[in-house]
Design a protein around this ligand. Sequence first.
Ligand code: AMP
Length: 260
Amino acid sequence: MRASDGEHHLAGAERLVAGEEVAEVTAGLARRALNAAGGESVEIVCNIEKVDTADIHYATLPCLHPYNVKDYHEGRQLAKRLLEETGVANNVATEALNMLTAGPGPNKTVMRGAVILDVHMGERMERNPARGVRVTRMDLTAECHAKQSEVLAKAGLKHRRVIEALTLSGKVLSCPGIVAELCWSDDPEYTAGYVASPAKGYRRISELKPAGQAIGGRIFFVDFGNVELSEVVNYLEKKSVLFNQPGRVFPETIWSPEDA
Ligand code: AMP
């Protein structure tokens, strides 16, 4: 589902469910879009596609490391450090942070999907800079959802956005060629974000933007050494990934720029 006011993206969500759940889940997504619009006029697009159960890849969610920072300035310093640790060059990491700060879409707007960045050249590869690439066809089994929700709640991370972002990122990290992901929300009230990588998992940063700011986005850093763009896009948009095992949630790290 994706919803907009005709101009701006308001809400989006992806599900992967059994046939008998489709009607109920679709109604829930429509309700969510209407709530996001807060009574304003809204355009809702719900697209339902049939997937072959034999093609579903079952996986474990990434582990989550929460980092607590004083403010978004520190958060962005940490994000840069974590990106560099995964192999993103200093100038490419700086460029990526500037891109999300400004608004990655045309005329500094929010995109409907994600930027794909060549991790070596720092070049944007997505064909449509307004749409980007939308990751779809991923979800958690009911049992995995219950278990993951419980561990997240114990860690004080009950917000619906945490489990949804962890799911999206879990699929991204399983994609061939992915080196890292950087994200912060376009929801003005939600200031947390993350840097994720296949080796280090999902590292949540408590502050990555100032409250009240409606600019955010996602950047996928890809090493195109052994993979074609079409393969990456096809995986992100078409491969069905269902998480049936929760990821571990580590204790919070209080971080400051003086830390090594
Ligand atoms: P959100 O975390 O929902 O606030 O989304 C933040 C940004 O991530 C959005 O502005 C989009 O640019 C991007 N995004 C949201 N959903 C997806 C998705 N399914 N696939 C790729 N990018 C997405």
